[in-house]
Design a protein around this ligand. Sequence first.
Ligand code: ADP
Ligand code: MG
Length: 696
Amino acid sequence: MEKVTEYFGSMVFDDRIMKATLSEKVYKSLKRTIDMGTPLDISVANAVAAAMKDWAIEKGATHYTHWFQPMTGVTAEKHDSFISPAPDGRVIMEFSGKELVKGEPDASSFPSGGLRATFEARGYTAWDPTSYAFIKDGTLYIPTAFCSYSGEALDKKVPLLRSMEAINKQALRILRLFGNDKVRCVKTSVGPEQEYFLVPKEMFDKRKDLIMTGRTLFGAAPPKGQEMDDHYFGSIKPKVAEYMADLDKELWKLGILAKTKHNEVAPAQHELAPIYSTTNIAADNNQLTMEIMKKVAARHGLVCLLHEKPFAGVNGSGKHNNWSISTDTGVNLLAPGETPYENAQFLLFLAAVIKAVDDYQDLLRLSVATAGNDHRLGANEAPPAVISIFLGDELTEILEAIENDTEYSGGKKEKMQLGVDVLPQFSKDTTDRNRTSPFAFTGNKFEFRMLGSSNSISCANIHLNGAVAEVLKQFADKLEKSTDFNRDLHELIRQTIKDHKRIIFNDNGYDEKWIEEAEKRGLSNLRTTADCMPRICDPKNVKMLTEHEIFTEAEILSRRDIMLENYIKTVNIEALTMIDMARKEIIPAVAKFTSDTAYAVSLKTSVSDAACKYEKRLVSELSQLIDDMDSAATSLQSAVDELHGIFDVVKAAEYVRDSILPKMDDLRKPADKAETLTAEDYYPFPTYDKLLFGVN
Ligand code: ADP
Ligand code: MG
């Protein structure tokens, strides 16, 4: 068997390959671009393209593609072969620096939220040298950014890179204030933990709802769900283990650091976590991971469900975004550090994150908003739609001591004076585990847990980076003018804690009482996509995002419209699928069973005077449920018709929230009840028990 160390990254044009295949001059120049963002010379691009092509052809590749991340949520690619005609009728394999650096896909079929109405249909893809090219299925994949003719971002990578630049700029200003002039750049890192479900392919294929929408729209609760807690971290079934092993291998070949795998809480639910990397690379890798997860599943007769809520009644799937900021000198700015000096700097960054999360609760909430994720947030299984921060007892006590100028009992018995030299030490592992917090400090990073399993991690990180960059800017503006750094630093941290401590909550976030308490604290509770998405256009958000050059105003508006349209379209498809399944599958099946039972009654009563109490009750109950389904389906259909007449996206999204979704519930209820009364043989598709316990 091949060793992992041998095939890891074998399909990636990584640093090792660059070093081996490029001249020293070209390599150094490319490295400068990767590390410092310096512009790339075309002669360097030509040399890199030639080396990439030779390497790719050696590995059996025939094509290349500019791989990008339009606003659809999935990645896009168009393949071009390397061939070019030679005078003798044969072909040569060519790939120029120009082709590497820039592509021109027709952008007209990607969502642009109105950006294209004012600009050309043409879109450009531009090579992102900070993310390695790789080979998949005989094609050389070049990670690229996607923008319009006039430079408007049409994707998720461009704003993510811009947000990383914003935080870099502001964090450097802060570091300089602490006398640190060695650091040349600051980057955010992310380790995204990915949850998913596996179901048997032959069962998946029998369910229109799974095929069309990725989730079940009908289904009564099975006799057993997750109540025994026997699945979480349970031993992995052989078929699943084979899948996971195959998946690891595919990911490792692509240089993705798949590290941890285990069973999750719900039956058929699992998790995969990579080792963290620079946010931009983590985002690319997570997109690729999701794609490979689905592809590998097909080879094993399985389907990998990445929907946030494939099944009612058991946990949905999320994605935990473990986030930190570190310097090119290897210092994690969210690590409490060993010395008081580092502590003060850490506490300033900590205060910045606290303020950022409080000031931009709405932006963080809406960065994870989709129709799918709305089913999770606020249910008793995922963090609520209210954003709060978990810090753990020790850090909270330290912050309280600073705020009130009182003694910190965990450290030396003296008042906390936050100069760079008089801060007591505190232990590094300061946090307990709290699984219910949407935004938890976990020792040297924050874990943002609201992301849905199918979300691109880009949106969450764009807004998080932007919010923190903005607060760091405010801090730097203040402290750069200071004449007494220690005093002003202390005062700034104290005041920030005082103003923003309402966002800190260390208890059970799933508790109903917390929602009441949060309301009293004035925290926002934006339950649905329709509630939160329009907030991206609030003046404070537009100001922050434009000032840090993360988005233009036009891009912000376009994103709001794209995300709302996505919400509306998703629910519209779900509603139509429900009507279709109810009318063509469920009602006919239940009606058949009902009439067979009624026929049995007439047969029985014709030969004896049996009361047939059971059958009669069944027939009457089922007949009622059929009528209920029929009228609920009719009512849902007219709501859908009405929706199609609403052209304002915000109003349409509200209509989806207020009318379509409740009417979908109205249809589901009698259908699920009918399922429990109908003989299994009559039922037209596999039920929850089979789907959830079908992989063995
Ligand atoms: P869990 O939260 O399930 O206990 P871990 O503590 O193992 O999981 O970490 C989960 C994820 O956090 C992993 O992807 C890991 O690589 C990532 N991670 C660890 N340290 C950092 C860091 N400093 N910055 C960003 N991500 C990190
Ligand atoms: Mg975790």
